[in-house]
Write a protein that binds this ligand. Structure first.
Ligand code: ATP
Ligand code: MG
Length: 330
């Protein structure tokens, strides 16, 4: 097999474990949009990965569709990149099973998620096996390099081990992805707990989490209540002024400047918060409106996601067929 011709691909999935946040936008969606055109991009809503913990089917389906609509509304898809829902491309599950037949129980029991949450009564078997699904997500698209932040590197290490073991046991089948450190992206902190990352899986009503779909009023009120400090000086100093520095970082990320340089422009926290509010509303407003249009026209949304799944299927089928043949699954 000649893998030298494999194109460099950008591949990323987001689990619909909650409504997407400003952090997801600045750290993921917006960066994907900026990279479009330079590389072939596959962006998926990892709906199957959200099933490893107790879940509500109605909410899950809504979050999956809404996240798909947000990907499209942010500017992904159409002829620029491929946006799809993971479960719409059955090759992911099929490949995951072949990889479960490659993985060893020992290495799966060493995965952090399973070590942390696997001992509870009622633990789903998928919490044990999901790293094989994640490996399938990566290997199906022959991504040469997978940029990951710290908490994801164990998954990519496992993917490499499985790909190498498979290739040695059954013949060259997979491109073994390189693990490359993710480029430093803005890390948006929770507005109420600036030492913590803003996370979509926080409770829906978490006051410190700006959701991509929040109305302008809600955005304004969450930013107005953002935790700062009592010295009143706008200065970029993440160590001693994490709340104010987070606001400066958000403002800087949105207007493309640097947070320290911005600080002297603001006399007091009120004007800083007002400016951050304007910038967030200006960024998210058009995306929210496009999202709402798509959600109001489910036929069009399904058509767009189906078209993405079709393209993902074509890309994934080659590798799946090769793996099936290698394993003797006729
Ligand atoms: P969860 O709470 O389910 O882990 P999350 O908000 O942390 O949700 P992930 O699914 O872990 O989101 O990550 C999706 C993408 O969003 C990744 O590319 C990640 O780097 C990026 N991301 C998540 N949170 C932030 C944040 N606060 N700031 C910048 N980027 C973020
Ligand atoms: Mg996370």
């Amino acid at each position: 097999m000649n893998t030298a011709a494999t194109r460099e691909r950008d591949l990323s999935g987001i689990t619909p474990s909650g409504h997407l946040t400003l952090g997801n936008h600045l750290g993921a969606l917006r960066r994907f949009v900026q990279r479009q055109g330079r590389r072939e991009g596959f962006y998926f809503i990892a709906d199957l990965h959200a099933l490893t913990m107790p879940h509500d089917p109605v909410r899950h389906r809504l979050l999956t569709l809404s996240t798909g609509a947000l990907f499209l509304a942010a500017g992904l898809g159409a002829d620029r990149s491929v946006v799809f829902v993971q479960s719409h491309v059955p090759a992911h599950v099929e490949m995951a099973y072949l990889l479960e037949c490659t993985a060893h129980v020992g290495e799966l029991s060493r995965m952090i998620q399973f070590k942390e949450k696997g001992g509870r009564p009622g633990t789903r078997a998928s919490l044990f096996t999901y790293p094989c699904l994640m490996a399938a997500d990566i290997l199906l698209y022959e991504a040469r390099s997978v940029p990951v932040g710290g908490d994801q590197s164990q998954h990519v290490e496992l993917t490499r081990d499985l790909a190498e073991r498979f290739n040695v046991t059954y013949g060259e089948t997979f491109v073994v992805p390189e693990l490359v450190p993710a480029a430093l992206a803005a890390r948006v902190a929770d507005l109420q707990h600036p030492a913590r990352k803003m996370s979509k899986s926080a409770p829906d009503d978490a006051a410190g989490v700006l959701r991509m779909l929040d109305s302008p009023d809600v955005i304004a009120s969450k930013i107005r209540r953002a935790v700062t400090d009592s010295d009143g000086e706008v200065r970029y100093d993440p160590e001693t002024k994490p709340g104010v520095s987070n606001l400066l970082e958000i403002r800087a990320a949105l207007v493309g400047s640097d947070p320290a340089g911005l600080a002297p422009r603001f006399r007091g926290y009120g004007p800083l918060k007002a400016s951050v509010t304007d910038a967030v509303i200006a960024e998210l407003g058009p995306i929210r409106r496009r999202h709402d249009e798509l959600m109001a026209d489910p036929a069009e949304l399904v058509r767009l996601l189906d078209a993405g799944a079709e393209r993902a299927h074509s890309a994934a089928a080659t590798v799946l067929t090769r793996a099936r043949k290698a394993m003797g699954v006729a």
